[in-house]
Each structure stands twice: as structure tokens, then as C-alpha cells.
Design a protein around this ligand. Structure first.
Ligand SMILES: NC(=O)c1ccc[n+]([C@@H]2O[C@H](COP(=O)([O-])OP(=O)(O)OC[C@H]3O[C@@H](n4cnc5c(N)ncnc54)[C@H](OP(=O)(O)O)[C@@H]3O)[C@@H](O)[C@H]2O)c1
Length: 247
């Protein structure tokens, strides 16, 4: 079940956190994995870790906020990694502030990385998927894109945008046997959440039905499922992995 043999996956934001866990799990299930982000050193050690465990990975230095570089960066991959079957748009940033204090630059930076990056990279890889009549795109959004969050207007807009983007693309690409879905994590234990003060962490945990923060592996499991053959009749769906923070 959920084997990805003979598939090539590209995971953005794979240098740490949720993306790293997704890359490791997809590789464990048999996929060749291109691990992409800006920090090439971290990517090289992740690829070496995956290879040493019997998997198959290649690092790819890629800044998702620079779409004009995508074509050339993808062409730099070895031929057996060049045809992307599974794209996981996971790279994301925050630049939180109340709207009154949010700069246009913070707004545009977050939208460009979280939303425009996913648009442009999807555009780059769908040609091959359409030709092969098989593809999986999984966009990592956030429950914040559904609930909103004070101080995160830019981030919430980018994550809500990803959901609309996903649903539209699912309708465009369904006839080519390409599915497009969202995984929307709640609060996950990562660098993004470790700076939370203890009191906020307790209040937060109280509002989660399962009474704990999620793990990167909780999110990776959902991505694996949506990337698998077995999820072939699911498209345009937003799967919350929030422990019941948002129901
Ligand atoms: N943690 C949570 O609680 C949570 C909840 C809901 C949704 N999410 C979403 O899940 C995703 C992963 O979050 P995380 O917690 O793992 O975050 P993280 O630990 O901060 O990691 C973010 C990843 O994105 C990459 N990245 C950032 N800007 C990039 C750019 N311009 N080009 C390429 N890669 C870039 C970073 O790598 P480099 O710095 O090496 O480029 C890093 O690998 C994000 O989309 C986030 O919004 C997280």
C-alpha cells in the first residue's frame, strides 16, 4: 500500500521541518525525491541521509520566489530525476504583523513565496504530467487559510489562495489523470512554532480537540496518501491535519 516505486517527487521547502519529513517518507515509500530549497548544504546532507538509507534523492537549490529561474534549475537535474510525477508545494514563510503595521513588502514577499511560487512551479511541471497522463500535486496550505488569524493577513491570504488555486487546477487537469489537493496543517512542532511562549502554547493546546500539537510525521502521512496511486479518485480536496483545531 502507498508505494511510490518508479515515481519522481519534487518537494519544496525540504531543507527542514515538514518538507524534510515529507521528502524522507516519500523516499521510504520508493520515490526518487528531488529535495528543493535555498539552503544547499542542508539539502545535500538530507539527500545523503536518504541515499544512505537505501533511498534515492537529489538536492536542488531553488528559490520559489524566483520563477524565472525554474526552467533552468529543473533542466540541471539528471535525466532520471527530470520528469516530475509528484509535486509537493510546501515552501512557505511568515512575516506577521497587524495590518496597520504590515508593510507592502511583507505582504508581497509572503504572497510571492507561498502562492506565486506554487503557481509557477506547478505550471513548469504539468506539461510532463499531462504527456504521461499521471500526476499528483499536493499544496501545503494551513488551517489559518480557512479560519483567519489576527496578525497573519498576508499568510492567511496566501494559504487561502492556495486552496482556490488547487480547486481550479483540479478542474483543469482532471481529464489528464492529474490530481491536485491541499494538506492544511494546524499547529505543528517545528521551527515555525517553537518560539511560542509557554502560556500561548497551553492555551493553544486547549483549543485542539486531540489536546496536542501535531508532528511533522502527521503531515507527511497525509501528503503521502494524496500522492499515492490509492488516492487517485480524490482531487480538489483540502485535507486538514489539525488535530481538530478546525472542524
Ligand atoms: N509549522 C506549522 O505549524 C505549520 C502550520 C500550518 C502550515 N504550515 C506550512 O507548512 C510548510 C512548512 O512549514 P515548516 O513549519 O516546516 O516551516 P519551516 O521549518 O520554517 O521551513 C520552511 C521551509 O521552506 C523553505 N523556504 C522558505 N522560503 C523559501 C524560498 N523562497 N524558496 C525555497 N524554499 C523556501 C525553507 O528552506 P530554505 O530556508 O532553505 O529555503 C524551509 O525548508 C509551510 O508552507 C508552512 O506555511 C506549517
Amino acid at each position: 500500500m502507498l508505494k511510490l516505486d518508479n515515481k519522481t517527487a519534487l518537494v519544496t521547502g525540504a531543507s527542514q521541518g515538514i518538507g524534510e519529513a515529507i521528502a524522507k517518507l516519500l523516499a521510504l515509500q520508493g520515490a526518487r525525491v528531488v529535495v528543493a530549497a535555498r539552503n544547499e548544504e542542508k539539502l545535500k546532507s538530507l539527500a545523503a541521509y536518504i541515499d544512505a538509507g537505501g533511498g534515492c534523492a537529489r538536492p536542488l537549490a531553488l528559490d520559489v520566489s524566483q520563477p524565472e529561474t525554474f526552467n533552468e534549475r529543473l533542466k540541471s537535474l539528471p535525466a532520471d530525476f527530470g520528469e516530475i510525477d509528484i509535486l509537493v508545494n510546501n515552501a512557505g514563510i511568515t512575516a506577521d504583523n497587524l495590518l496597520a503595521r504590515m508593510s507592502l513588502d511583507d505582504w508581497e514577499r509572503v504572497l510571492r513565496t507561498n502562492l506565486t511560487g506554487a503557481f509557477a512551479l506547478s505550471k513548469e511541471v504539468i506539461r510532463g504530467m499531462m504527456k504521461r497522463r499521471w500526476g499528483r500535486i499536493v499544496n501545503v496550505s494551513s488551517v489559518v487559510g480557512m479560519m483567519g488569524n489576527a496578525g497573519q493577513a498576508n499568510y492567511a491570504a496566501s494559504k487561502a489562495g492556495l486552496i482556490g488555486f488547487t480547486k481550479s487546477l483540479a478542474r483543469e487537469l482532471g481529464s489528464r489523470n492529474i490530481t491536485v489537493n491541499v494538506v492544511a496543517p494546524g499547529y505543528i512542532e517545528t521551527a515555525m512554532t517553537e518560539s511560542l511562549p509557554e502560556a500561548s502554547r497551553e492555551a493553544l493546546t486547549g483549543s485542539i480537540a486531540l489536546k496536542r500539537l501535531g508532528t511533522v510525521d502527521d503531515v507527511a502521512a497525509a501528503v503521502l496518501f494524496l500522492a499515492s496511486e490509492e488516492a487517485g479518485y480524490i482531487t480538489g480536496h483540502a485535507l486538514n491535519v489539525s488535530g481538530g483545531l478546525y472542524i
